[in-house]
Design a protein around this ligand. Sequence first.
Ligand code: SF4
Length: 332
Amino acid sequence: MASGKVIVEETSAEIEGQHSKIPIGISSCLLGEKVRYDGGHKYNPYIVKTLGQYFDFQAFCPELDIGLGVPRKPIRLSQQGSGAIRCIAVDNPKLDFTDALEKSANEKKQWHGNLCGYILKKGSPSCAMERVKIWGDATPIREGTGIYAGKMMENFPYLPIEEEGRLGDAVLRENFIRRVFIMHRWMQLKGQGMTFNDLLKFHARHKLIVMSHTQDRYRELEQLLAAAGKDNVLEVAEEYLLKLMQALKIPATRGKHVIVLQHIQGYLKKPLNAADKLELADTVEKYRLGQLPLSVPITLLKHFFRKHPDEYIANSWYMNLDSDEMSLPNPI
Ligand code: SF4
């Protein structure tokens, strides 16, 4: 699974153990495996060639797993008279694969629990995350979830999941990758045996990132940790992770980044002279107006913090977004 390949550039805030590819589940057909009902595949070069440099893809085809061969007759979601959504054969409604697909997902719980993310094939009645056609009496409606994917999401509601089609959208792609990297750091911490203190430190390092996604959820996380007892770390950690991942799913915006940048500026209030403060304020304002990318005010802040170090800021992953999250172009 792990290749030993370095996935991120070292930074001042780098942590140990970040030197292996990140385990990600994926619908097999996206890697080019000929497992589709028609004997074809849905090879996705961006996923394989670009994300594959950082992710250790672990492929799985639930329809093969439940014994459907290649080629096979197509299946689809269908709304029954009772209102229930079932996954049935297109040419024979009596052939129902719903339970088998759910069982397949349940049997993979241990594997899913060790993943840092999952990339699914859109539109599939087994694999897709959303907008799957549900057939009934009238025109099909795109409101379904693949049966295997739905059970996996129910079992692991915090797992970063995205569809291959949505990865073409820069904002969604960046959001997914960010959640994956954070999940990876979480799994590393968990693997070492997480103490309450570790949890507090993890939160401190990710605070600013959460703030750039949602201030409300950030406050909820703070309250959760403030009220938590040290003797129920695992329980608190589980609740924290779920809330964290829900928060990160909310897209970061330019306005929220400005609030975070201004918050960081506060740490430089005393050490900076008037000219430096003006330069910083001007850069943040240009970013707010959309005239500069986020990397510019962050680079300037890093420059000032090199001269006037602050431990909290140095350890914050927010200040290392460009390097730790694959240096992808930041759309915001
Ligand atoms: S079941 Fe999933 S992995 Fe298998 S062919 Fe369909 S979309 Fe691809």
